[in-house]
Design a protein around this ligand. Structure first.
Ligand code: PLP
Length: 401
């Protein structure tokens, strides 16, 4: 008989969001009259901005013409997009990243999930708790539930930020602004992690999927604002949340050429070259039409439009924050992030609160326990629904006995 990757059997039986969807489905079937408001999953609701749509229409026309049709493109992405990313997201912010350090992908879920392909199995991997489940699950898929995966507890007492470990970690996943807690790391805090990685020759995998939601100037927009980070960190960015690409799919990974390690036999290894090899072998590039759409995000019109989208969601975050604070609940996040993390009132556990909020207010959120044991007793609401629905949800919560 053939064998399977037994590590898959160690994963939680179902993906968190499928469990939630099932519970909501059962509730809605039993209460067809209930007007359910979804503040649960992190999907966006605004349509793609006009500049993006217009660029896609032109790209579709190019694909229809023999003279301009494109087949396979470069696995790393077209230079028209990589040049703009390097210039606008980095160089204009004073960070030296070159286009050949950018790898265009089809989403940060794939990028953060696939990066493990180039890493050894003996690494001690540090992951925060609570966490975006993809980092943990993909490491369990690779390594099994091994003692090599170390959870860094992020509780309320330390503002949901991990403490610098006393032992050596080889690989550290960090995500700021954070999903699910909505917390951010300031320059000083992020510097401590970069210094730790440099001291220990560790690798930081920095997920900046929510960078566009940062409002506070003191919060770094990229880990490469911190000195030394280009020698110890890979950064992941996505077009999903800032530009509405959740259904279109585009992301990029920054792998600086100064990120160097050694093979077991002491040979110098470029991580950029290794990732390039992995991508060229297993990935045939993000669709041309999608890359044209992503390029339009960097046009002056596109920049203005995505700025307005982000502002729209942040207004939702603000009304959730304000409403819950007025109700006297303890809340975190939502200031530089589309996620509001709340402490379940009256000591309720996450799933009890989920059920009561669904049954009594007809609102769907995400139980904190779904993001890790440290999430028990907490709950995540997102700012991605419409203003009207968000305002209605806040009203219901405020009137809730
Ligand atoms: N990283 C984090 C922290 C996320 O929350 C998400 C999506 O919710 C992703 C990555 C995945 O984004 P993408 O749509 O680019 O796959």
């Amino acid at each position: 008989m053939f064998e399977i990757n037994e590590n898959y059997l160690q994963l939680n039986e179902s993906y968190l969001f499928s469990t939630i969807a099932r519970r909501v489905e059962i509730f809605s079937a039993a209460h067809p009259e209930a007007d359910v408001i979804r503040l649960g999953i992190g999907d966006v609701t605004l349509p793609l901005p006009p500049s993006v749509i217009s660029a896609m229409h032109s790209a579709v026309d190019e694909m229809a013409d023999k003279a301009t049709f494109r087949g396979y493109g470069p696995e790393q992405g077209y230079s028209f997009l990589r040049d703009k990313i390097a210039e606008i997201d980095f160089r204009q912010r004073g960070v030296k990243i070159s286009p050949d350090e950018i790898f265009v992908g089809d989403g940060s879920k794939s990028d953060t999930g696939n990066i493990g392909d180039i890493l050894g199995e003996d690494n001690v991997v540090a992951i925060t708790d609570p966490v975006y489940p993809v980092y943990l699950d993909t490491n369990i898929m690779r390594l099994g539930k091994s003692s090599k995966i170390v959870m860094l507890s992020c509780g309320e007492e330390n503002g949901f930020l991990p403490e610098i470990p006393s032992q050596r970690m080889d690989v550290i996943y960090l995500c700021y602004p954070n999903n699910p807690t909505g917390t951010v790391m300031n320059r000083q805090q992020l510097k401590q992690w970069v210094d730790y990685a440099l001291r220990n020759k560790s690798l930081i995998l920095f997920d900046a999927a929510y960078e566009a939601f940062i409002r506070d100037e003191e919060i770094p927009r990229t880990i490469y604002e911190i000195e030394g980070a280009t020698t110890c960190a890979i950064e992941f960015r996505s077009f999903s949340k800032n530009a509405g690409f959740t259904g279109l799919r585009c992301s990029y990974t920054v792998v600086p050429k100064t990120l160097i390690t050694e093979s077991v036999n002491g040979k110098e290894i470029s991580i950029n070259a290794l990732w390039n090899r992995r991508q060229s072998t297993k990935f045939n590039g993000t669709p041309y039409i999608v890359q044209k759409a992503a390029e339009a995000v960097y046009s002056p019109g596109g920049q203005h439009e995505v700025g307005e989208m982000v502002a729209y969601y942040m207004r939702n975050a603000e009304i959730i924050r304000k409403g819950l604070a007025e109700k006297g609940w303890t809340i975190f996040g939502g200031e530089n992030s589309p996620y509001i993390w709340l402490k379940c009132p009256n000591g309720m556990d996450s799933w009890t609160f989920f059920d009561r909020l669904l049954e009594e207010c007809h609102i769907v959120g995400t139980p904190g326990i779904g993001f890790g044991t440290q999430g028990e007793g907490y709950f995540r609401l997102t700012a991605f629904n419409s203003y009207e629905r968000t305002a209605e949800a806040v009203k219901r919560i405020k009137e809730w006995e």
